[in-house]
Design a protein around this ligand. Structure first.
Ligand SMILES: C[S@@+](CC[C@H](N)C(=O)[O-])C[C@H]1O[C@@H](n2cnc3c(N)ncnc32)[C@H](O)[C@@H]1O
Length: 141
């Protein structure tokens, strides 16, 4: 990220300190996105750019699952043409525009085949007890 509201960082820390995953979620403010991408590729990682102009996720997912380390790039404002060339994969979550959060969520869900919902964070202080009505939350000691 090149610009970030400090409250975003604080929110992520607050949420992960209660619900777990403190060491998994980090916000890092970087000076130049090009360098981040180039360094990632130099270290052997692959770059997946989510864009409605790309290859449909269903046509690429089996190749993507074979990759070891993936950096996912999502646009905010206008994405420069250069990004499409820097990416190893330009992937579309359907070829229609929608929100960046939706695009990332669906991408991760396809990558992990829904298994992320089986994950429990060991450092969670709160745990939800699923219930048909109402809210049940247990404090974990
Ligand atoms: C709401 S869009 C904004 C696009 C930006 N205004 C532009 O002109 O490039 C934000 C980001 O969501 C992601 N996105 C939106 N629709 C997508 C789709 N159908 N497939 C994959 N990613 C998508 C892309 O990463 C895009 O850069």
């Amino acid at each position: 990220m090149s610009e970030v509201d400090d409250s975003l960082k604080q929110t992520i820390e607050d949420v992960s300190s209660r619900w777990g995953g403190r060491s998994d979620f980090k916000v890092e403010i970087v000076g130049g996105w090009r360098e981040v991408i180039k360094d990632w590729k130099k270290a052997g990682g692959k770059v997946v750019h989510l864009t409605m102009y790309g290859i449909h996720i269903d046509d690429a997912i089996s190749n993507l699952r074979r990759e070891n380390t993936i950096l996912v790039v999502i646009g905010a404002e206008k994405v420069p043409r250069e990004m499409y060339d820097l990416a190893d994969y330009n992937i579309a979550i359907g070829n229609q525009p929608h929100s960046e959060v939706a695009a990332l969520s669906i991408f991760l869900d396809r990558m992990f085949r829904g298994k992320q919902f089986e994950k429990e964070f060991k450092d969670a202080k709160l745990k939800i007890i699923p219930t048909a009505k109402g809210k049940r939350v247990r404090e974990v000691s």
